[in-house]
Design a protein around this ligand. Structure first.
Ligand SMILES: Cc1cc2nc3c(=O)[nH]c(=O)nc-3n(C[C@H](O)[C@H](O)[C@H](O)COP(=O)(O)OP(=O)(O)OC[C@H]3O[C@@H](n4cnc5c(N)ncnc54)[C@H](O)[C@@H]3O)c2cc1C
Length: 456
């Protein structure tokens, strides 16, 4: 095989994978990983790391893989990324490290994501863990929320020597990694195993505690020397059209929460049921929409993604979009729902209007514009809305004095400090870029800010 193309990765065949929730790519073997790593040009000034929000030394870890030094490769990644098996699987590498890979200018970029998950999985199987010497400090920091932002902030604070307690509202830690992203993309044993690292470091994780409800924000301010808020953005945005109150309509968050966290896909073994009709329409085409669509498909439905732009403008990871299309999900471009029509309280159909692409908007993508008199209907039993989320208002309404922006995102300065002294925030709660790795990057920077604050 030439250096031009990536070492291909085997995947579960489509006919099998649409029937279960097990992971789709099989991962590289040791030999495949070494061959792929050998494609790396080892650039003098590597652009890949600069495009990684947590600055993983990509060139160095890939070199170690190429030399068969897997343990050293793993320890190198772990210096900057606390959850590499997760990041390797879900980062949008095509817009980050792999998008900047020099080899990618002419040929396939190095498969950095799959090399990262390979090495993390290898370390898990071989029980390799970094040995850290922590110089204990007497100060205590509370981290609210155990998603990627909270995880990376907690790990770095602990490495600085602080006693760290993470407070999590749910019964499982991990945030979206646990409740949003389905098992076929991110197996939950992988998430649990990477989260064990926090406990190994001596970070305390308190589950089932909603800050603002079970414990007040003021109590935390009194009990801890500093705080990080990584509460994410779990409140769904709806369309605001007629018929959204009908039975059979879900926000993507509720649908994924039931399916993944509460294991509705294993009903009746687990006791959370989920109703999925024969025909399901998913509104939106980002990662969340694609995840919801692929879950609905696996639960037995015929699934239609209804998107107001064209497929090339979908913000979803390319790999997920490819998988969804291979699995038989229909992608209907240039349509926008205007009404959901019901019968006896249940969804019967969706009225859509055709769209065309107009001038670019702030994001640089063409603005979709309605085509006059182009309304038509599609029969549907279930509609899943995946149009984005905002931070949870309950938490914000109970944190007196914390400044927020108009959509409820927490205001922070360039160093992730909020207007309250010693309180930082990051991730989706500050209206971040809504990726796992950006949230982790912000958690890291906030940890550094708190360290500087606590060191004076
Ligand atoms: C379905 C889905 C698929 C996605 N796919 C991708 C992908 O492929 N790649 C990618 O890079 N990004 C993806 N994202 C986006 C990414 O997951 C988020 O940007 C990232 O998880 C944000 O991390 P966070 O730590 O800020 O918040 P979260 O992951 O949302 O974690 C916040 C945590 O805080 C907890 N919490 C909230 N309020 C309180 C409170 N009052 N007290 C205690 N705990 C509280 C929540 O329960 C939650 O566990 C996806 C998101 C979703 C929903």
């Amino acid at each position: 095989m030439s250096n031009k193309m990536r070492v291909p990765m085997a995947e579960q065949p489509v006919e099998k994978r649409v029937q279960d929730f097990s992971e789709v790519p099989f991962g590289y073997t040791e030999n495949q990983a070494v061959s792929e790593a050998k494609r790396c040009l080892q650039c003098t000034i590597p652009a890949c790391s600069k495009h990684c929000p947590v600055n993983v030394d990509i060139k160095a870890f890939i070199k170690k893989i190429a030399q068969n030094k897997f343990k050293e490769a793993f320890l190198k990644i772990k210096e900057s990324c606390p959850i590499p098996a997760v990041a390797g699987r879900v980062c949008p590498q095509e817009n980050q490290c792999e998008g900047a890979c020099s080899l990618g200018k002419k040929y396939d970029p190095v498969n950095i994501g799959k090399l990262e998950s390979f090495i993390a999985d290898w370390a898990m199987k071989n029980n390799i863990k970094p040995k850290l010497e922590i110089r204990e400090k007497k100060l205590r920091v509370a981290v609210i929320g155990s998603g990627p932002a909270g995880i990376s902030c907690a790990v770095d604070l602990r490495k600085y020597g602080y006693a760290v307690t993470v407070f999590e509202a749910l019964h499982k830690a991990g945030g979206v990694l646990q409740y949003g992203i389905p098992n076929f993309r991110l197996p939950k044993n992988i998430v649990d195993s990477e989260l064990k690292y926090l406990q190994d470091l001596g970070i305390e994780i308190k589950l089932n505690l909603i800050i603002g409800q079970n414990v007040t924000f003021e109590e935390l301010l009194r009990q801890y020397d500093a705080l990080f808020i990584g509460t994410g953005a779990g409140a769904p945005i709806f369309l605001g059209i007629k018929g959204e109150e009908l039975n059979g309509l879900y926000s993507a968050n509720e649908f994924l929460f039931r399916t993944n966290l509460m294991k509705a896909y294993l009903f009746p073994k687990y006791d959370t049921p989920i109703i999925v009709g024969r025909k399901v329409g998913v509104i939106g085409a980002g990662n969340v929409a694609i995840d919801a669509a692929r879950c609905a498909l696996r639960l037995g439905a015929e699934v239609y993604i209804l998107y107001r732009r064209t497929q090339e403008h979908s913000p979803a990871r390319k790999e997920e979009l490819r998988h969804a299309l291979e699995e038989g999900i229909h992608f209907i471009e240039l349509v926008n729902p205007v009404k959901i029509i019901g019968e006896n309280g249940w969804i019967k159909s969706v009225e859509l209007v055709k769209m065309k692409l107009g001038e670019p908007d702030k994001s640089g993508r063409p603005n979709p514009v309605e085509v006059a008199d182009s309304n038509f209907s599609m029969d549907m039993d279930t509609v899943i809305i995946a149009l984005g989320t905002t931070p949870n208002r309950l938490f914000l309404s109970r944190t007196k004095g914390l400044h927020t922006l108009n959509k409820g995102s927490i205001w922070v300065n360039n160093e992730y400090m909020t207007n309250l002294e010693g309180v930082t925030a990051g991730g989706d709660a500050i209206g971040g870029r809504a990726t796992v790795i950006e949230a982790m990057g912000e958690g890291k920077k906030a940890a550094e800010t708190l360290h500087n604050y606590l060191s004076v």
